[in-house]
Design a binder for this molecule. Sequence first.
Ligand SMILES: C[S@@+](CC[C@H](N)C(=O)[O-])C[C@H]1O[C@@H](n2cnc3c(N)ncnc32)[C@H](O)[C@@H]1O
Length: 290
Amino acid sequence: MQEEGTGLGFSAKAPAPVLNIPNHLTLWQGDVLSLEVIPSDSIDLIVTSPPYNVDIQYGAHRDNLSYAEYLEFSRTWLERCFSFLREDGRLCLNIPLDKNKGGQQSVGADLTALAKQVGYQYHATIIWNEGNISRRTAWGSWKSAAAPYVIAPVELIVVLYKKKWKKTSGSQKSDITREEFMAWTNGLWTFSGESKKRIGHPAPFPLELPMRCIKLFSFVGDTVLDPFAGSGTTLIAAIMLNRKAIGIEIDSTYCALAKQRILANLHLSQAQLTLETHGKEGEINTGPGA
Ligand SMILES: C[S@@+](CC[C@H](N)C(=O)[O-])C[C@H]1O[C@@H](n2cnc3c(N)ncnc32)[C@H](O)[C@@H]1O
């Protein structure tokens, strides 16, 4: 059991986090559907990429549910995250446009509609052109109109919010440059995906994705959550950008990977972090197996 406060308002009865850097970052191993560690109305921005249900071999998560089961799973986590958000809190939801493995489905449209049913307000959809079309093998009927497949090499980042779009809470301090603001408010983003092999996770997104979302949609000092933290990319981006980071990840191996990546990235700013954390809030708690 965790005795000390984290500076982020977690319950004193919460399980011990995998990694806790007081006032900066907390990573929990657990199931976002049931973990009771995040207070209601406490999160400014969620940036996440949930499982896509395309039969990826994750450790602890089964990624081959029926589509009805997948939508039910999605509804439950969307509801939980809705309660975590502040009134002016936002969700950047990275999902596929559609899927063709195991039957064609309009995943992007269906999850957007589901989120609206849950209570989220719709703001915009960013098209992420990851240009990932080099190793195409699924043509359907090759050079025939019998049953061809059409595949767009893009993903979506659906931008939703809880009650009001205008952010009135937080520091009101933005750190986005003029050039970044002009480029990123154009909702067609073009940059490459991340290598699974390089990161050691089956579906990581590139650091660029949470970096852009965090700078565009949150203030310095805000609290950013990734309920499907995977290899910890959102958390790394958040802490690099002086936001407070919270992650939940169900799989212990990915938690260990995220912890390792976070600590390696923090190494660069370790001196600053040490100055800020020691003496004020206590030492970095690197959790079990540190
Ligand atoms: C698409 S990956 C996220 C990858 C992440 N954006 C990154 O850059 O590494 C989805 C992650 O959600 C995790 N996951 C699946 N079901 C979960 C659940 N119920 N609660 C928490 N994490 C879960 C999987 O283990 C996987 O690591």
